[in-house]
Ligand binder design. Sequence first.
Ligand code: NAI
Length: 327
Amino acid sequence: MAQTTTITLTGAGGQIGYAALFRIAAGDMLGPDRLIALRLLEIPQGMRGAEGAAMELLDCAFPLLESVEISDDPNVAFDGANIALLIGSRPRTAGMERGDLLAANGAIFGPQGRAIGEHAADDVRVAVVGNPANTNALIAQQHAAGVPAERFSALTRLDHNRAVGLLAAEAGASVRAVDGITIWGNHSATQYPDLSHATIDGRPALETVDAAWARGPYIERVAKRGAEIIEVRGGSSVASAANAAIEHVRDWVLGTGDRRTSAAVVSRGEYGVPEGLISSFPVRSDGDGWRVVEGLGVDDFSRQRIDASVAELVAERDAVRELGLIP
Ligand code: NAI
């Protein structure tokens, strides 16, 4: 009998939730051999959206999907969760100060972290998508008593995939030919997409594309790709964000093989990033957990970029500490 994995998804009535649920239930995240029990967490205003999605999931008759349950109580929704995808968050609205945004999200991710600590399965892995993703992940992690810190991560896979796609387009190469890109730091405008160690068909990417482009317009374009999508599409990145969340968890659980990717994970001090911060690094997974790829050379330009993004994470951490949202 195939094993059943319980996946709790928050924000299930929202856009990314809607784009992710059907692919998860079809097996895109955990492969064809695992049965899936879905737990959908919403706030009361989002329950109807989640209920509608659950009805459509039933109408798909996915063979892998064992059950779908909906709740607005984190203690119920995270019960027995093996994987938690934290997508629902409080977006920034007009006139909102950073402190207000962090406080509003602290009120979401603190209780969710606590519920994960109290009710999730022993092997739970948590991926945070809702922004500000790195700091929301830190808040949840700090409240999840008894869950090892390395089980928490935040999504920078969308940034990574954007960086791969835009490099391949510039070089006229296939995305399959690209490897070794790293997103460093925060999932924000300060993120650093780094091509120093990237390769295209095994050759250094910086021998194929213009180095001035790679260290100027390229960085800007990757970091601001979300705004570019909004301008063209008239709406935020949804399908690509859902895809990135699915790939993040898939690689974490099933392994990356020899290829590298990027994920925001708890720093153990690698590359001078202060211990405990949830910062994006070059990573691989053997299926048991993310491993930061160590030993990559960091030149002066990269150092400055990494330090600037990490400084922003430190400022966010200090702000949530001051607000009493983390110890
Ligand atoms: P959305 O507004 O369509 O959906 C969010 C859903 O979360 C809503 O249905 C809302 O009711 C629900 N929600 C709010 N608070 C909740 C709580 N405490 N518990 C459970 N559910 C709750 O937004 P969308 O487009 O789905 O985006 C979700 C988040 O993902 C946003 O914070 C967005 O900024 C972020 N995002 C992150 C990306 C990344 O790469 N890390 C990429 C794109 C979006």
